[in-house]
Write a protein that binds this ligand. Structure first.
Ligand code: 13P
Ligand code: ZN
Ligand code: NA
Length: 283
């Protein structure tokens, strides 16, 4: 069965490694990251955005993830990424999601607290993990666009107060990363991560995982980032492999041909990310 992501993330934070949460958009992408996690014995978080929930349908996603969890010998959680709607969160939990993100980072602190608390109250009784965001992560994620000059970093004292007030089980503080691929390098505020981790005990979540140089990912994880979200790199790898396939084999129209290749490409990338975060052989 699908498991809550809370225990696996707490263990990761305690032991100083990170679990990778992969945003998947198709059955093949889901299968590819499950294969990678199985092969490397890594705990896994499957993640879908609101856009993907609308695209595939909650039940299709939940059932595919459940099937994967039943067959796999590793723990698998299913997480709803960046959701602003309380109603959709409830629907996803009812369908079997074991982890949800209530993203009210666009609102003032008090409103963020209020909405997050509301979700925590429901989720706690059902053993569902809750993630919330403080500060604003920049970049583009589905239909959430945050311009660079609108992005803001999380305040450590607010992080501590937020966790106390809401009882949230995981916190995503904005610390300088952004959604999508960076133009240069991200400008990560490592001192801020250290300050937050020093006063916040819950596992911290690193958003904007695509494109962060490896050494910087390792530093973030060592400082307490116990979950890293990877969306854009995985999506690009999947789609680029299809583009290459059709250039090389314009007459092969069998989905099983090009999807098998795309699956292998996604699996290899997933293995790299899990190795990087240190979660291999932790399941
Ligand atoms: P990237 O698209 O940069 O990998 O960010 C992923 C993310 O934070 C999803 O919530
Ligand atoms: Zn994100
Ligand atoms: Na990124």
């Amino acid at each position: 069965a699908l498991v809550s992501s809370t225990p696996m993330l707490q263990q990761a934070r305690k032991q100083g490694y990170g679990i990778v949460a992969f945003n998947v958009h198709t059955l093949e992408m889901l299968q590819a990251v499950v294969d990678a996690a199985e092969e490397s014995r890594s705990p896994l978080i499957l993640q879908t955005t609101v856009g993907t929930v609308k695209h595939l349908g909650i039940e299709y996603i939940a059932n595919a993830a459940r099937t994967a969890a039943e067959k796999a010998r590793i723990p698998i959680a299913l997480h709803l990424d960046h959701c602003q709607s309380f109603e959709l969160i409830i629907q996803c939990i009812r369908a079997g999601y074991t982890s949800v993100m209530i993203d009210q980072s666009m609102h003032p602190f008090e409103k963020n607290v209020e909405m997050t608390k509301k979700v925590v109250e429901v989720a706690r009784a059902l053993n569902v993990n809750v993630e919330a965001e403080l500060g604003k992560v920049g970049g583009v994620e589905d239909d959430i666009h945050v311009d660079e000059d609108m992005a803001s970093l999380a305040d450590p004292n607010e992080c501590q107060r937020f966790v106390e007030l809401t009882g949230v089980s995981t916190l995503a503080p904005a610390i300088g990363t952004a959604h999508g691929i960076y133009k240069g390098e991200p400008n990560i505020d490592f001192q801020r991560i250290e300050a937050i981790a020093g006063i916040v005990e819950v596992p911290l979540v690193l958003h904007g995982g695509s494109g962060i140089p490896e050494a910087q990912v390792k530093r973030c994880v060592a400082l307490g980032m116990a979950k890293m979200n990877v969306a854009t790199e995985l999506k690009n790898a999947f789609t680029n492999s299809l583009q290459r396939f059709f250039v090389e084999h314009p007459n092969d129209l069998d989905p099983r041909s090009y999807m098998s290749i795309a699956k292998t490409v996604v699996k290899q990338l997933a293995l790299q990310k899990m190795e990087l975060c240190g979660c291999t052989n932790k399941a």
